[in-house]
Design a protein around this ligand. Structure first.
Ligand code: PAZ
Length: 360
């Protein structure tokens, strides 16, 4: 039996994994954009952060109808990117397509549709015809929206924000590897802030169905075209066929852990690498985050629990094995769209006002 990725040396796992998949179609275009972005900011000696954000998918079919998704709205990544921009960084924002984006996040994916922020202005003499009335932002949102708009425009006009989307875990891996290598000239001014929720399990391409997996038996004359059926693919060579053939048994392999390769090979010498760890069981969080730091020897792991991620995180670094940052209830803010966001946490992390502040 072929060795699994977990049994291979990191460099071997890299070569096997990246040889198995064709690079994403958008990769050459993204690489060209990233190269130009990096060149510009290296010239200006600006710090550049690669923020990863949103969840990766694991397709079940090559022509994908179904896929397994990973939890993440992109709030952490998009909010953090805004704070990095405010601190003078240029940001490469590698994000799950259609997840939250810096600045526009204030007006999208919320319970309010963006149209709820708008109104028709009362007709003036010049536009007495109500069909041609001006559209304006409602008065109660003017200040907050002006603030967001100005920051957004500044980032755009000064070329500080590069948005690059991914969907599948394979696309994410290709993009991450390429971007890290392209960032080489940035040296110690480069930061990797890996907030994306990356799938831990996947179906290797060699075992993936080409077409939509069928849920019912097909007549014999279709069998050939659909020979790569769900059972054959997913139950694996040594497993028994399910007694009930309507069951879909999915056999997933572990995704190779490329943090090793990022830290030891792809990322520029002297750059800083920050990863995130998400857990649901509070008793595991610190242990898992500490283990990740030991395993990959990078600079910082930020641990968070699914249920409290917006209000508390734990920093695990070589200097400090466990440091909690908590936002007290009184400082848990609402974004202007009414959706809870992480401004309080980001402020606490930035200003160090709240380490070990009790959640009340
Ligand atoms: O995007 P979001 O704000 O809804 O969630 C952020 C997060 C929990 C995905 C992130 O903080 C995180 O922990 N990312 C790493 C997940 C992991 O352990 O793979």
């Amino acid at each position: 039996m072929a060795p699994s990725f977990g049994e291979m040396e990191p460099a071997e796992a890299e070569s096997v994994y990246f040889n198995e998949y064709p690079p994403p179609k958008a990769l050459p275009k993204h690489e060209a954009l990233a190269r130009a972005f990096v060149e510009l900011h290296v010239e200006d000696k600006r710090r550049v952060v690669l923020v990863t954000s949103g969840g990766t998918t694991v397709p079940l079919e090559t022509q994908t109808v179904r896929f397994i998704d990973n939890f993440s709205a992109g709030t952490r990544g998009a909010t953090s990117a805004e704070y990095f921009l405010e601190q003078g960084y240029a940001v490469i924002f590698l994000h799950r397509q259609y997840s939250l984006l810096p600045y526009s996040r204030h007006y999208s994916h919320s319970t309010n549709c963006f149209l709820d922020f708008m109104d028709e202005a009362p007709p003036t003499d010049a536009s007495a015809d109500s069909d041609h009335g001006r559209i304006v932002v409602r008065s109660e949102y003017q200040d907050a929206m002006r603030d967001v708009l100005r920051k957004y425009r500044y980032a755009k006009q000064h070329n500080r924000l590069l948005l690059l989307p991914f969907t599948t875990v394979a696309e994410y891996m290709f993009e991450l590897r390429s971007l890290a290598k392209i960032m080489q000239p940035i040296g110690a001014n480069a930061l990797f802030y890996l907030a994306a929720a990356v799938s831990d399990f996947f179906i290797p391409r060699s075992r993936m169905a080409e077409h939509k997996i069928q849920s019912s038996e097909l007549p014999a004359h279709f069998q050939k075209d659909n020979s790569v059926g769900a059972e054959e693919i997913y139950t694996g060579e040594n497993e028994e066929k399910p007694a009930n053939s309507k069951k879909l048994v999915i056999n997933l392999d572990p995704v190779p852990k490329f943090l090793h390769r990022l830290v030891d090979g792809w990322a520029p010498e002297g750059s800083m690498v920050v990863s995130f760890k998400l857990e649901t069981d509070p008793s595991l969080l610190v242990y898992k985050a500490q283990t990740a730091l030991q395993r990959y020897s990078h600079h910082l792991v930020i641990g968070n629990l699914l249920s409290t991620r917006k209000w508390e995180v734990v920093f695990i670094s070589p200097d400090q094995p466990e440091r909690w940052i908590r936002v007290p209830k009184s400082r848990r803010s609402k974004s202007i769209s009414g959706v809870e966001d992480q401004v309080g946490l980001a402020e606490a992390m930035k200003g160090e006002k709240g380490p070990d502040t009790q959640t009340d």
